[in-house]
Write a protein of this length. Sequence first.
Length: 94
Amino acid sequence: MRDGSLPEGVRGVGPSIEIIRAHPHFVSKVHARGGFVHVWTVDEKADVELCLELGVDAVITKSTSASELVRSLERVVAGERVGLETVVKGERTR
């Protein structure tokens, strides 16, 4: 799975932020194979920034301040809008 391959019929993965920190290239490998990446539990500013830089598709957080941080960090990179969907305590915020 670290090569980004997914089992047949699986379209996405939900790794923890610890896995993404240890293997940041995993995100691009999954995307290259047409999958999506939802990362949990992203509560720290540095982790939100990392997820944005890597282009993850969604973050799950326990912190409403992390959700606000995601919205404030959304930006335009190389002419392309970068943004995340966030889920805070079970409610989508984007």
